[in-house]
Design a protein around this ligand. Structure first.
Ligand SMILES: [Zn+2]
Length: 327
């Protein structure tokens, strides 16, 4: 019936048998995933609301032009994009609202209502042609497994599928978990804002030409101060993990023999920043961490990198700098 229409305006509800293991918020999450599977439209959560009788989540279509217009990627001259296919956007004003509540008249059943609107019915983002069972395996495991782990399992069932197809499907399916905007740093910032219970975004003053986003696991960082067993703090960085060539730095504390991540910093391409700029950016991050959580450490293990070592010298003048054994 929808095929003949240019718009989508769906409004309906059903009753689900109550299950003590599924609360209203979880029910809403499950239904949103089902809407995605059935319609192909992906929605980005706008907000979750707890009401007296249940839960409600509002979301907008992730392909809505208006939601992403102000956030067009603005790659610097030295930034090369790699393997990142931007999805097509439409003036669809697409919204989805899912609500699950305990109605007083039917105490044992959850009343689930779904409202989906699209002013323009467009082609859905999801377009990889895989058998439904293979897609199902990917969906079920998208949060727990890497694509490489799934390739063998899927190819055992479907020998004709290539690992590239599995990778692509995994990337598309997993995007809904982490992609919030077209541009990477605003996207990461929006995702972190959704995790406000666990994460502090540390605002640092940005220098011209530097893109930086810093955050910390606030519970871990606060607990660390109380822990007298913290002896060492290490810094590490990953390279080439990201299509925009952002570098991810981590500060990890050693607590009783185990590594505990405290804070992270995403920074523009190493090669595009001179060591002085990079050092100052790292220093701003470390200082923000230190000020927020009052951190201190006797030993610091930076990588063998001029900017990192310089930053540690300025940050903890009394710390003994040890280059990691591997280097
Ligand atoms: Zn849409």
């Amino acid at each position: 019936k929808l095929a003949r229409h240019k718009k989508i305006d769906f409004n309906g509800y059903y009753f689900a048998d109550a299950d003590v293991r599924i609360n209203n918020k979880e029910r809403v999450g499950m239904v949103m995933k089902e809407v995605w599977d059935v319609t192909g439209y992906r929605f980005t959560v706008h907000d979750h609301r707890s009401m007296k009788t249940g839960n409600k989540t509002r979301a907008h279509c992730c392909q809505d032009q208006e939601k992403t217009k102000a956030l067009k990627p603005s790659p610097g001259p030295n930034v090369k994009h790699r393997g990142y296919a931007a999805m097509e956007r439409f003036a669809c004003k697409g919204t989805l609202t899912v609500c699950s509540r305990w109605p007083s008249a039917y105490a044992e059943r959850q009343r689930v209502s779904i409202r989906m609107k699209h002013e323009k019915k467009h082609q859905a983002y999801y377009s990889v042609a895989l058998p439904p069972e293979a897609l199902w395996i990917i969906e079920e495991n998208v949060e727990r497994s890497t694509p490489t782990e799934l390739v063998g399992r899927i190819q055992a069932l479907y020998r004709n599928l290539t690992s590239a197809q599995v990778h692509r499907a995994w990337t598309e399916k997993s995007q809904v978990l982490w992609e919030r905007r077209a541009d990477q740093l605003p996207s990461a910032r929006a995702l972190l804002a959704e995790c406000g219970d666990e994460v502090d975004v540390l605002d640092t003053v940005m220098e011209e030409g530097v893109e930086q986003l810093c955050w910390a696991y606030k519970k871990l960082a606060k607990d660390l101060k109380k822990d007298e067993f913290t002896k060492e703090i290490a810094m590490d960085a990953t390279y080439r993990t990201n299509s925009k060539h952002l570098k991810l730095y981590a500060i990890i504390a050693e607590v009783d023999g185990a590594g505990v991540p405290i804070g992270y910093c995403l920074l523009s391409t190493a090669s595009a920043l001179n060591p002085g700029k990079r050092k100052r950016a790292l220093l701003r991050w470390a200082t923000a961490l230190q000020e927020h959580y009052d951190l201190d450490s006797a030993f610091v293990h930076p990588n063998q990198d001029v900017a990192e070592i310089g930053m540690v010298r300025d940050w903890w003048p009394l710390a003994k700098i040890q280059i990691c054994w591997w280097h």
